[in-house]
Design a binder for this molecule. Structure first.
Ligand SMILES: *Cc1c(COP(=O)(O)O)cnc(C)c1O
Length: 375
């Protein structure tokens, strides 16, 4: 079977991990520092902190944006606007902070949040706005910023924007990587993501003050430089055990040197599909936008009769997948009250086909032939 995901490990990862294990320092240490220095160069923003995974990053981002969770039973939970078409990590981080989700519709063209609907739903109750760059395709950040400007002018308060960049390593918006557009950004370094640490993640902040808080909160709110030997330290703001360890950082450092080539291969395969799948009956591509370059971590399409499509591709030896279910209909949530016509029209048709660096030219030609022959 041609897989939909594959874990990339650079050739020198094993040596780097061996060095860490021999050093005897496995928790926080110098390799994490070196990984962060290298990440600063790649992202182009110095205000970043590595974490033990992306979900912790989303949790921390919401905490930084909205303050500590309310004590149980005290007051109304704050509201966060979010998309239902994402991996559950995005939305469960909102609930874990004691906040309420208000669902925003999905734009069928991009599968990202529908910014017209977001503009309508933003209100004085909005504490934060969560957007996801699905499959690596960037949300229109300029438009989003104008919507926030209007909300600020109308209500005198500007909700924080959190960008879930878990799938978007290598994505650029107007020529710059995500993490440079004034919002709080969160990346995932999970094994299957473009830049793999095993598990790992990163938060990128728009200002030094937030960065300093993130560094403290990833380690219980304790300043690592403080005098713990004499117990001479104080925790002004309690935090979490969210820091990245040396072994995962070593894997990340090795993979960082090869990740750009892999993203390029995803992009080349995507361009091949864009050309070869145009006009196939029953299949609709997602939108491409000038100045917004996707990382193509995934290649989503919309197909008629998805169940048959998945069966047909499996018979041809190709793994394809919906990857996620719309989050708003899970049993653990109270039923949503708002209509989401964009999502209703598309969620049963979304499917992702293999697009990664592991495909040979024969593989991708075979995938195109299998699709063109119908399902
Ligand atoms: C992978 C992923 C996450 C979670 O990242 P982890 O590092 O696995 O915690 C969050 N959001 C989206 C959209 C993802 O794809």
């Amino acid at each position: 079977m041609i897989p939909l995901f594959k874990v990339a490990i650079a050739p020198d990862a094993l040596d780097r991990v061996t060095e860490v294990i021999q050093s005897g320092q496995l928790g926080h240490g110098p390799v994490v520092g070196r990984f962060e220095d290298a990440l600063r160069t790649h992202v182009g923003n110095p205000h970043l902190a590595t974490l033990n995974n992306g979900t912790s990053g989303l949790h921390l981002a919401l905490r930084l944006a909205t303050g500590p969770p309310p004590a149980s039973g005290s007051g109304e939970p704050g509201e966060v606007l979010s998309t239902p078409l994402t991996f559950e990590a995005t939305n469960w981080a909102i609930l874990a902070n004691g906040l309420r989700i208000r669902w925003v519709d999905v734009d069928p063209a991009t599968l990202n949040v529908d910014l017209d609907d977001l503009a309508k739903k933003i209100s004085p109750a909005t504490r934060a706005v969560m957007v996801v760059h699905w499959a690596g395709h960037p949300v229109d950040l300029d438009r989003l910023s104008r919507i926030l400007d209007e909300a600020e002018a109308a209500y005198g308060h500007r909700p924080a924007v959190i960008e879930d960049c878990a799938q978007a390593w290598g994505t650029t918006y107007r020529g710059r990587p995500l993490g440079n557009h004034g919002n709080i950004c969160v990346y995932s370094f999970h094994a299957t993501k473009h830049l793999a640490c095993g598990t790992g993640g990163m938060i990128v902040l728009p200002a030094e003050e937030l960065h300093a808080r993130a560094l403290a909160l990833r380690f219980f709110g304790i300043d690592r430089g403080a005098d713990r030997v004499n117990g001479a330290y104080d925790v002004p703001e309690w935090g979490y055990n969210f820091y990245l360890n040396e072994i995962n950082a070593a894997i990340g450092l090795a993979n960082l040197r090869t990740v750009a080539d892999r993203v390029e291969e995803h992009r080349r395969n995507a361009a091949f599909y864009d050309a070869e799948l145009a006009g196939v009956p029953g299949l609709e591509p997602t939108a491409r936008v000038e100045g917004q370059e996707s990382s193509f971590w995934l290649y989503p399409v919309k197909v008629e009769d998805r169940a048959s499509f998945i069966r047909k591709m499996a018979a041809a030896g190709v793994t394809v997948s919906a990857v996620v279910r719309r989050n708003d209909t899970h049993t653990c949530l109270s039923p949503g009250d708002s209509a989401l016509p964009g999502l209703d029209g598309v969620h049963e048709r979304v499917v992702h086909i293999p697009v990664g660096w592991w495909l040979s030219e024969d593989d991708r030609a075979h995938i195109v032939d299998a699709i063109r022959s119908g399902w």
